[in-house]
Design a protein around this ligand. Structure first.
Ligand SMILES: [Zn+2]
Length: 224
């Protein structure tokens, strides 16, 4: 617990009013206002449509809707730039509860989209990974943060021949240990889905490594 939390009352991250004991991160009023995506059918929804025809997809979904100037943007800002890791974990837990209720087919493991190493160092943590930890805890699914990796520039330079077979994939991600992926159903998790390019690159990499099913879920998706 940070010193700030010891000496100042806990406040709602959106309206900044003091929280009562039973409230976590958001007051009940702001919690009610959360723009939930409520993508009931995991194979027929807005996120699924983003990826349709691009990758073989099992199920897809998102916790919130993202609109510029909206609540989701404020929450993501709190997570990404104000170091509020616990908020990301908590949102993962809430989404996990929703998914359990929706009766989706559970995956073998959850894999968050890796951040640039530099960015992760600056931020101190990967927001997608924090969200994934909350999801995994609620759904009782292990989170794998090592199998899928983002290549650094030096690796591309020095180990080019080894990665030649990934040439047709976006040249950014690689699998460190294919045994952890082969034949598994994977729940791939990111913060915001907009064009879907990053998720598509990750999914293709997982597919080449023999993933049996890939599901895509995010904290939010951008609605135009
Ligand atoms: Zn509030």
């Amino acid at each position: 617990m940070s010193l700030r939390r010891l000496f100042y009352p806990r406040v709602c991250v959106l309206c900044h009013l003091a929280l009562v004991k039973s409230e976590k991160h958001l007051c009940v009023y702001c919690l009610k206002k959360l723009p939930k995506a409520r993508l009931v059918d995991p194979t027929e929804n807005a996120v699924f449509k983003v990826f349709r025809g691009r990758i073989p997809l099992g199920q897809a979904g998102a916790f919130l809707v993202f609109r510029s100037g909206g609540i989701t943007r404020q929450l993501l800002h709190e997570i990404k730039y104000r170091d509020n890791r616990n908020l990301a974990v908590w949102m993962g837990e809430m989404y996990g509860e929703e998914l359990l209720k929706s009766g989706i087919k559970p995956a073998d493991c959850i894999i968050p989209v890796p951040l640039h190493r530099k960015k992760q160092k600056q931020r101190g943590y990967n927001q997608s990974e924090a969200f994934a930890q909350g999801l995994g805890a609620k759904m009782n699914i292990p989170v794998n943060t090592t199998a899928l990796q983002r290549r650094t520039f030096t690796q591309t330079q020095t180990r080019k021949s080894r990665w030649d077979r990934w040439r047709n994939v976006e040249d950014v991600f690689f699998i460190s240990n294919p045994e952890e992926i082969k034949g598994k159903s994977i729940m791939l998790v990111d913060d915001v889905v907009t064009t879907g390019a990053t998720m598509e690159a990750c999914a293709r990499t997982l597919q080449l490594a023999g993933a049996q099913r890939i599901d895509i879920h995010s904290i939010a998706y951008a609605k135009d």
